[in-house]
Design a protein around this ligand. Structure first.
Ligand code: PFF
Length: 456
């Protein structure tokens, strides 16, 4: 018997826990910072609601109908060739977790630094991430905790811990954002954050916003498909999907409300890249004095670690479910094997921030040197996730067919699906998603490989 989530809330918390992660609190603000503030946000929101939502619903529905992992689901539905999408997802999940776990390790390490009141860590970030043994211990610890939760199973592990952690996370972020808005830099921060400059919308911004929308909603990686396979036939997929999408977008938004006032109050540049949160925030916490600094700083990095944990759990579950369903591994063996492979795959990312010259200057993009972690993160989120999304929309739009999707969403007539939603999903999956995703890929290939500037 396949295990299932015990309650509707349990599924929503697990799925929202997957979506809400480092992407919202660490990545979203620096993407916004690098891509010109609110212009990025507009494009991002468009992608989330118009393009990604139908794919999100599809992923959950495919998983629920098949009651199988991301790879096996396509076989169960009767389209074994399309299982290549699932394979792509399982492989990409390993790579994404490999670098994600390193950043999660930094976050947890920073939580410890805040607790001992070491606010100077912000300036020492470049040295901090080069301390290989220390980061390795933190990432290993993170992987062990993730593995422990996943090993407990769907309801006694994933559901139980996400239900506990998500409300804490929401309270912490609301508290911190409320506090940040009272700081002197709040106005300048919010202006940067909320006033769009449309001239900043270039193809790169569009491409990054698309990748980020997929990454942030945990799409194209099989995580939601796998979670969907633990839903029973009566669960209301549509309303759960709406809840997850709104929660994800809201938390990213709140993260900006928290971060930009913080950053502007210290006069720090917004283009800090991957280090933005790690370099800028300790300074802010230091300015609060030691007691409040420790409390607020500790809470922030605890928030980041919890957010990361509920996401790492969902990414690990993709390969665990695959190994269990397809290769008859026990849950514990599947966890140990997947976690070990992922941890080893993460070593180049761990060395990519200065410890190894080779991985630090791994690639050269038009004269700019790119480290391995950025390379693998950009390649997976900006290319492979939307590619999987494109294939899923084609699969549902033309192969499985939208009426099967609608039938699944309505739990064979048990739930009512508003007609306009059914029509929209059909149009989106057959036309809007494939056309927009293909165009973005095409334009990017034209620009990157042939130098033809199509947008911006
Ligand atoms: N959505 C997560 C975040 O924003 O941090 C990252 C993620 C989790 C991506 C699960 C993909 C996934 F399947």
């Amino acid at each position: 018997m396949r295990s299932h989530f015990n309650s509707r809330l349990g599924f929503i918390m697990a799925a929202a826990g997957s979506a809400i992660g480092l992407g919202n609190i660490w990545k979203f603000p620096f993407e916004v910072g690098e891509s010109g503030g609110a212009a990025f946000i507009i494009v991002y929101l468009f992608f989330c609601f118009v393009l990604c939502f139908p794919i999100l619903v599809s992923e959950i529905a495919i998983g629920r109908r098949a009651q199988r992992n991301a790879f096996g689901a396509f076989k169960v539905l009767g389209f074994p060739r399309w299982a290549v999408i699932g394979l792509l997802q399982v492989v990409v999940s390993l790579f994404i977790l490999s670098f994600y776990n390193v950043v999660a390790g930094w976050s947890f390490g920073y939580f410890i630094e805040m607790l001992i009141g070491n606010f100077a860590i912000g300036e020492q970030f470049p040295q901090y991430v080069q301390n290989v043994p220390r980061i390795m211990v933190y990432s290993l610890l993170f992987m062990v905790v993730t593995g422990y939760i996943v090993a407990q199973g769907v309801s006694a592990g994933i559901e139980k811990y996400t239900k506990l952690l998500m409300p804490i996370l929401i309270l912490i972020i609301l508290g911190l954002a409320g506090y940040a808005l009272t700081l002197p830099g709040a106005k300048a921060g919010l202006t940067f954050y909320l006033v769009p400059d449309v001239s900043k919308i270039t193809l790169d911004v569009i491409y990054n916003a698309l990748g980020h929308a997929f990454f942030s909603l945990s799409l194209g990686l099989g995580g939601l498909m796998t979670y969907g396979s633990y839903l029973d036939q009566k669960a209301n997929i549509l309303s759960s999907a709406v809840a997850v999408t709104f929660m994800d977008v809201m938390i990213a938004f709140m993260a900006g409300f928290m971060l930009f006032p913080f950053v502007f109050s210290q006069g720090i540049a917004t283009e800090g890249g991957v280090g933005l949160v790690f370099m800028a925030l300790p300074k802010v916490f230091a300015s609060l004095g030691s007691v409040w600094g420790i409390i607020i700083g500790g809470l922030f990095f605890l928030l980041l670690s919890f957010a990361a944990l509920t996401s790492t759990v969902s990414i690990l579950e993709v390969s665990v479910a695959y190994l269990r369903d397809e290769h008859r591994f026990s849950r514990v063996t599947a966890v140990v094997v997947s976690a070990t492979v992922i941890f080893l795959l993460g070593i180049p990312s761990l060395l990519a921030n200065g410890s190894s010259e080779f991985f630090t200057n791994f690639m050269n993009y038009g004269g700019v040197s790119v480290d391995f972690m950025t390379f693998i993160s950009d390649l997976s989120s900006n290319t492979f996730l939307p590619l999987a999304g494109l294939l899923i929309s084609l699969f549902v739009g033309y192969i499985w067919r939208p009426d099967q999707l609608i039938k699944e969403l309505s739990s064979d007539g048990y739930q009512t699906i508003p007609i306009w939603v059914a029509v929209y999903l059909k149009i989106a999956l057959r036309y809007i998603c494939p056309v927009i995703l293909s165009l973005i890929f095409l334009f990017t290939v034209l620009e990157k490989f042939f130098g033809v500037q199509v947008i911006g």
